[in-house]
Design a protein around this ligand. Structure first.
Ligand code: NAD
Length: 316
């Protein structure tokens, strides 16, 4: 009997890439990790540091540096190479540089004969996922952007704190752009099976003054709150990336809000946007289309317009 090793390559071994590798080895998710970076010494240093963890972990994950030719038999390539925004810049401002970086990565990976799946993290993630799909020629199911996976986790965290319940007992999605225009379909927020609006209505004395618009704004701005204090963010996104990797490598059929290519879903065509999707060994198995109110769908469409404008800039 032969066993196939589960292999993940991480391109970009900066804060997000190295945190992802650390989270992968501490959770024992895969057998091999290939770490690649234009700064080869940085990649080597991260590999050494990660290897020094193995003695005290449950699994001997093989972590090494490599080159793009070695991506041929990798299951998943995570792209975290990029230029994080500097103070005063938005994620959208990093488009041009991120696109250039991503092109220099995807072309050689595809030349290697890579047949796996891309998880795109580099910002602006929805437009960059779109670009990776174009560059790679891979089917839409195999190019996944992290999209609003992190924003949804942040939203659940805010709601959990507000109601004093475990965020994991909150069912909620942030959707649309991973950016300022993202929206929350409040009609689909549930707390242990009870609709959020009913929880508020039944507990007016405690939660009567909840401001939904403020919660959406706080969710969209949460990354900047972290950024303003520590200069960047990485643990949250690394954990979201690992959840997506696990869903794929273990054929979980888990529903995670990710940036997925829409072809008619939610009335949108030919763009990547944050929507709940069923993830398994095929990547995006299907998109979950929730019934949004007219107001919600208008907000979602508005957010998609921001993504479209970004993609249009890319295509110029
Ligand atoms: P970082 O600067 O710490 O790391 C980026 C790494 O990319 C560096 O090590 C750099 O050497 C490498 N790199 C640059 N050009 C390269 C190339 N052509 N080939 C290979 N490697 C290259 O940045 P970070 O904080 O890790 O962030 C990385 C990206 O992730 C940014 O685009 C950032 O905006 C994005 N990000 C996305 C989310 C999300 O939710 N999608 C969250 C946080 C960060």
């Amino acid at each position: 009997m032969t066993f196939k090793n589960k292999k993940v390559a991480i391109v970009g071994t900066g804060l997000v890439g190295s945190s992802t590798a650390f989270s992968l080895i501490t959770q024992g998710v895969c057998d091999d990790i290939l770490m690649l970076d234009i700064n080869e010494e940085k990649a080597k240093g991260e590999v050494m540091d990660l290897n020094h963890c193995i003695e005290y972990l449950n699994k001997n994950t093989r972590v090494k540096t490599g080159n793009y030719e070695e991506c041929a038999d990798v299951d998943i390539v995570v792209i975290t190479a990029g230029a994080p925004p500097i103070k005063g810049q938005s994620r959208l401002d990093t488009l041009e540089l991120s696109a250039k970086i991503v092109k220099s990565i995807v072309d050689p990976i595809m030349k290697s004969g890579f047949k796996g799946q891309f998880i795109v993290v580099s910002n602006p993630v929805d437009a960059i996922a779109h670009y990776v799909k174009e560059l790679s020629g891979l089917p839409k199911s195999k190019v996944i952007g992290t999209g609003t996976s992190l924003d949804s986790a942040r939203l659940k965290n805010f709601i959990g704190s507000l109601l004093n319940v475990d965020p994991r007992s909150v069912q909620a999605y942030s959707m649309g752009e991973h950016g300022d225009s993202q929206m929350v379909p409040w009609s689909h927020v549930y707390i242990g099976g009870k609709s959020f609006s009913k929880v508020i209505e039944d507990n007016k004395d405690r939660f009567g003054d909840v401001d939904l618009d403020k919660l959406v704004l706080e969710t969209a701005r949460a990354g900047w709150e972290v950024f303003n204090r520590k200069g960047t963010t990485y643990y949250g996104i690394a954990t979201a990336i690992v959840a997506i990797i696990k869903a794929i490598l273990y054929n979980e059929n888990k529903i995670i809000p990710v940036s997925a290519y829409l072809e008619g879903e939610y009335g949108q065509f030919g763009i990547y946007a944050g929507v709940p999707a069923v993830l398994n060994s095929n990547g995006i198995k299907e998109i979950v289309e929730i019934d949004m109110s007219e107001e919600e769908i208008n907000k979602f469409n508005k957010s998609c317009t921001v993504i479209k404008e970004c993609i249009a800039k890319l295509e110029k």
